[in-house]
Design a protein around this ligand. Structure first.
Ligand SMILES: NC(=O)c1ccc[n+]([C@@H]2O[C@H](COP(=O)([O-])OP(=O)(O)OC[C@H]3O[C@@H](n4cnc5c(N)ncnc54)[C@H](O)[C@@H]3O)[C@@H](O)[C@H]2O)c1
Ligand SMILES: O=C(O)[C@H](O)COP(=O)(O)O
Length: 595
């Protein structure tokens, strides 16, 4: 997101005292001190041992192997052919939803879920039936199964190409009607003809390979495909206009997006070679269907073979489907036994993984963070959230958090440190203590933007060993007043800084004061005039009040001058206890911060 750009880098020497375990186990649950109903995982909902099994609603038929994987982990409700209203009613009881292309997962579905729906699994590739913006706004992860039906779709594309060219469907219908029309169904040959593959992704590439095997001359148009991948299989990438003007056959393989919607229309049909033949196993919406009927009637398009339609199923009296020159199938591209078993397993694994709190490798609306990176970053993820929680609690009421600067100090090169997860967790820490929304990797940037919080990231590149991902993280909130004046650094921002020591997050700086307190339990920060006996006084008050102290550290500017004492406590002190600390004559200010 533009608001969250890395702004600058500079180099300072590495302190020698860093120790960090880079191979900590990845805990699935990532709980914060919130009431149970708001306890969330790192990424999505995780059912803890205290919670019931999650519930997965499977709204369209799914292969048995996938269902088994789901049932081993969750309660599975297979309810097919739900009306939009029935889906909205059911969804509030579900943690995950699995669909194919036949179910619209609209904004209303996310709104009706009441925050419980955490994963939508699309058992297939196209996610144009899922309102991704609404999913992201609701913190709901969307995963798909992008690979298992590629070959099936490509084979169906080739089947349509060949059967269209040889009038197989029309001839079959006529022979079944008792006719024997040999001269009517003379076809055209494929060999030596030019095929334009529009969208040179997974399916497009497989179609191209197969078409080359049939002796066709294959060109492709895809603004985002690398030319060397095309060249490697003997395909030339060309412009859109060149592709449609040169081709004898056009096969569509791009996703349906605002940019591809109706990309074949009256204007583009007019630029095509007269007598062109079109195959569509991508999405109906990439063709203006009324314009296609006109182009067929005008003889610009000789034939079309369509597996997909703008509205599915199309109207019974659809002129396009009924057109003599059209071969139609009811969205069968992915419908082979093999593909459906593969898709079911692929989506079940993705959904179960997401429910366990793992980062999905097929996430559509969240960054994909490889598991080894996640393992390495885990203690820093913890630190990031805690620094966010501390920083926001230091803001004086009514100040309004708008500008947050995060500094990551690391010996790693900027492109060797993925900070999206850390930024998301800082955002979670900043927002959750002051609102009722929950924040995760999916909706963190969106939620920050929505609340008008601008988060900028800066990298400090350290000399030294890049073995450890990070040396420290600093979170600063600008243009606010603080409940604890000493938290304002010399440069005028609320500043907290932390490091990971022996795998445990530590607060190492508050304002301009160096401290060292382990970020477990809660923290009392006290500013006092540095003098003998202060630690003892505060310690004995807490002892008398049965508050267990886990850590204590004093940061001071100079002996006998102002100092900040950071005290880690396991239990929340009573108000009276805090008042007794505040009443110690040398204490100038203090604050209690919950982690
Ligand atoms: N009929 C079926 O049952 C069936 C089965 C599988 C896939 N599909 C559909 O096929 C399409 C392709 O699937 P995939 O798995 O190959 O996806 P993919 O993401 O691997 O490939 C899509 C390609 O389209 C390209 N593209 C994007 N915008 C484009 C544009 N404006 N012009 C040209 N190319 C553009 C992308 O760069 C990408 O290379 C999707 O629409 C998918 O939903 C249909
Ligand atoms: O995008 C896809 O994966 C295909 O269109 C398959 O859709 P389906 O799962 O509804 O068959």
């Amino acid at each position: 997101m533009a608001a969250n750009a890395i702004s600058q880098t500079f180099r300072i020497p590495t302190p020698t005292s860093l120790s960090l375990s880079s191979k900590l186990p990845l805990s699935p649950a990532f709980s914060v001190s919130l009431p149970t109903h708001r306890r969330r995982s790192l990424v999505v909902y995780v059912s803890s041992s205290l919670d019931a099994k999650p519930t997965v609603l499977v709204a369209e038929k799914l292969g048995e192997a996938g269902l088994k994987l789901l049932k081993d982990f969750a309660n599975v409700d297979c309810s097919y052919n739900l009306s939009p209203e029935e889906l909205c009613t059911k969804i509030s009881l579900c943690d995950a939803l699995i669909v194919r292309s036949g179910t619209k997962v609209s904004r209303e579905v996310f709104e009706s879920s009441g925050g419980r729906l955490k994963v939508v699994g699309r058992a297939g590739v196209g996610i144009d039936n899922v309102d991704l913006a609404a999913a992201t706004e609701h913190g709901c992860l969307v995963v798909n199964a992008p690979t298992a039906n590629t070959v099936a779709a490509a084979e169906h594309g080739i089947a349509l190409l060949a059967s269209m060219a040889r009038n197989v469907a029309q001839a079959d219908a006529s022979i079944k009607a008792g006719k024997w029309l040999r001269s009517k169904y003379v076809g055209v040959s494929l060999v030596g003809k030019t095929l334009a593959v529009m969208g040179f992704g997974k399916v497009g590439t497989e179609v191209a390979r197969r078409a080359k095997g049939l002796g066709m001359n294959v060109i492709a148009h895809d603004p985002y495909a690398p030319a060397d991948r095309a060249r490697a299989i003997g395909v030339e990438l060309v412009s859109f206009d060149e592709a449609i003007a040169t081709a004898d056959f056009i096969s569509l393989h791009m996703p349906l997006t605002p940019a591809t919607s109706k990309m074949l229309n009256d204007e583009t049909f007019a630029k095509m070679k007269k007598g062109v033949r079109i195959v569509n196993v991508a999405r109906g919406g990439v063709i203006d269907e009324d314009a296609l009927v006109r182009a067929l009637d005008a003889g610009i398009v000789a034939q079309a073979a369509l597996d997909v339609f703008t509205v599915e199923p199309p109207a019974e009296d659809s002129k396009l489907v009924k057109h003599e020159l059209v071969t139609a199938t009811p969205h069968l591209g992915a419908s082979t036994k093999e593909a459906q078993e593969g898709v079911a397993i692929e989506i079940a694994e993705a959904v179960v993984g997401a429910l366990k709190g793992e980062l999905a490798s097929t996430a559509v609306n969240a960054p994909m963070v490889p598991s080894e990176v996640l393992t390495e970053l885990k203690p820093f993820v913890d630190l990031a959230e805690k620094l966010g929680r501390l920083a926001v609690q230091l803001v004086a009421g009514g100040s309004g958090v708008k500008t947050v600067k995060v500094t990551y100090a690391s010996a790693r090169a900027p492109d060797d440190l993925d900070t999206r997860l850390l930024r998301a967790m800082i955002t979670k820490g900043l927002i959750e203590p002051i609102s009722s929304v929950f924040v995760n990797l999916v909706n963190a940037d969106f939620t920050a933007k929505q609340r008008g919080i601008r988060i900028t990231e800066e990298r400090v590149i350290l000399d030294g060993s890049p073995e450890n991902p990070l040396e420290f993280i600093q979170v600063q909130i600008a243009n606010v007043e603080s409940r604890f004046a000493s938290a304002i650094s010399d440069s005028g921002e609320i500043t907290v800084e932390g490091r990971v020591k022996d795998g445990v997050p530590h607060l190492t700086k508050v304002g301009s004061f160096e401290v060292d307190v382990s970020l477990e339990g809660s923290i009392i920060l006290c500013r006092q005039v540095d003098q003998p006996g202060m630690i003892g006084k505060v310690g004995s008050i807490l002892g008398e009040e049965n508050v267990n102290v886990s850590f204590m550290s004093v940061g001071r500017i100079a002996p006998r001058k102002q100092a900040v004492m950071a005290i880690g406590v396991d239990d929340q002190p009573r108000k009276e206890t805090l008042k007794r600390i505040g009443d110690i004559p040398a204490v100038e200010e203090f604050v209690f911060l919950k982690l």
